[in-house]
Design a protein around this ligand. Structure first.
Ligand code: NAD
Length: 444
């Protein structure tokens, strides 16, 4: 199957591309590399060193014999999206390519606007490209369990049957998201569902839980193939962050009482779920929703599991919750559809936690303690990050400014991208390697 992975340079997109390629699918990846510029903006970097997109692809070809087509460009650029879909002619598109941090979206107005513009406009461009180029393409879109919030009733998979004043209908499950990032996913879901109705597109919206883990069978084949491992308060997901805090001798910082319960899954299960969704496509005009997680844990339970794995060496500390969310709440969410397609989950056990701790320990000297404590406050409209460069000194690496670049005519935008060292267009990008951006990205 020909599968185009959008966001193929990211934490999940890269190992997904490898996984699909290893299973003999023809894989292409698309990425604007903006995630790497969030690192520059925030003054943080992946705990595990990552290579440039081009070196990753070259190494994969060497170790597997399989080629991954690479397209560097931005989904908010409609011309680029049309040209890429037209050139690759995928049967399925897996769409990971969004700004995915809730705290990042809550830093201030410009980061909220950037997040929603990037995510909603990118997805809308993609929907139009699919409708205009080939309506049989199956769109597999990454949403999040956070779209639902934490209602005091069971969460269903996308839809709920409601009887009101004696009449019954099956309707989209009510959404109560907890950040401007999560809201961008809700807006995407509505746009995708409408496009399936209006243009007969086929789509699977994967409401994914929080992912943990870093290594996959394919990424373990060579150090150049490693995916990112974020532990900072803005981009680090909770279990990865606790593992780093534990090996760095830092208290495990639990927000509030730690009763916040969330669906979670192992990174290897993300790859398996994507493959199952691609191989079992939605029907013509069908918009379906799968809840993509395997188990639920409270934040306090996760902290306890990590501290149990390092007896006597770790302290769990409650700190003020920077987010606007319930610390204690009811949580029960359905997740049967992917299991029905054959998903065999890797459940969270001591072995997985030990391997996370071992990965964190190998790179302990790269931990920046200033990046760990939360600095984005939901109640404030402006937060200052201890690691971030002052805005006036970081124009080039400030994605908040993409909202302006996104409005420029195409030619000028490309010139600017080229000046910034990022080549756009199918298989371009050698300019990036000549510019020093690669050197920075590969700095251990
Ligand atoms: N990581 C998790 O725990 C988690 C949980 C639930 C849902 N998700 C969703 O899965 C997807 C991938 O998450 P991730 O953790 O791999 O994030 P990531 O930030 O590591 O990867 C996203 C990639 O998309 C690229 N990108 C962003 N905007 C783009 C644009 N406009 N054009 C082209 N490329 C663009 C980035 O450069 C990055 O490489 C996201 O949509 C996220 O919301 C992730």
């Amino acid at each position: 199957m020909r599968i185009l992975v959008l966001g193929g340079d990211g934490y999940l997109g890269w190992p997904t591309a490898l996984h699909l390629s290893a299973r003999s699918h023809d894989v292409g990846i698309v990425d604007s590399l903006v995630r790497r510029s969030y690192d520059l903006e925030m003054g943080t970097e992946s705990l595990v060193p990552i290579r440039s997109i081009h070196r990753r692809v070259r190494t994969w070809e060497l170790v597997s014999g399989n080629r991954i087509e690479t397209y560097v460009g931005d989904l908010t650029d409609a011309e680029f999206v049309y040209a890429t879909v037209d050139a690759f002619r995928p049967e399925a598109i897996v769409h990971f390519a969004e700004q995915r941090s809730a705290p990042y979206s809550m830093i201030d107005r410009s980061h909220a606007v950037y997040t929603q513009t990037n995510n909603v406009v990118g997805t809308l461009n993609l929907l139009y490209a699919i409708a205009d180029i080939d309506r049989s393409i199956h769109l597999v879109k990454l949403g999040t369990m956070g779209e639902y919030g934490t209602p005091n009733i069971d969460i269903e998979e996308g839809f709920i049957e409601i009887t009101h004043n004696g009449r019954t209908d099956v309707l989209p499950y009510p959404k109560q998201p907890g950040s401007f990032y999560h809201l961008s996913k809700v807006h995407d879901s509505h746009n995708i569902q409408f496009a399936c109705r209006a243009w007969n597109l086929r789509s699977t919206d994967l409401n994914q839980g929080i992912v943990y883990g870093q290594e996959t069978p394919e990424s373990a084949r060579h150090p150049d193939l490693a995916t990112r491992f974020d532990y900072d308060a803005v981009f680090g997901t909770v279990l990865n962050r606790f593992a780093v805090q534990a090996v760095a001798g830092h208290d495990l910082t639990v927000y509030g009482t730690g009763g916040q319960t969330r669906g979670m899954l192992d990174i290897r299960d993300t790859l398996a779920c994507i493959e199952l969704a691609c191989e079992n496509p939605a029907g013509e005009g069908e918009y379906r929703v799968f809840n993509q997680f395997t188990e639920s844990f409270s934040v306090a339970q996760l902290a306890e599991m990590v501290s149990d794995a390092m007896p006597g060496q770790v302290t769990v500390r409650q700190i003020e919750n920077p987010r606007h969310e319930q610390d204690e709440h009811y949580y029960r969410a359905a997740h049967t559809k992917l299991l029905g397609l054959g998903l065999v989950p890797h459940l969270l056990d001591g072995g997985t936690i030990s391997s996370l701790l071992a990965t964190a320990a190998r790179h302990r000297d790269r931990v920046d303690p200033r990046a760990i404590l939360p600095s984005v406050q939901w109640a404030s409209t402006r937060s200052t990050l201890p690691t971030a460069v002052h805005p006036r000194g970081r124009h080039a690496a400030r994605p908040g400014h993409v909202e302006h670049i996104g409005q420029l005519p195409h030619a000028e935008r490309n010139q600017r991208a080229a000046r910034g060292g990022i080549a756009t267009g199918p298989n371009g990008a050698t300019r990036e390697e000549r510019s020093g951006a690669v050197e920075n990205a590969e700095r251990p």
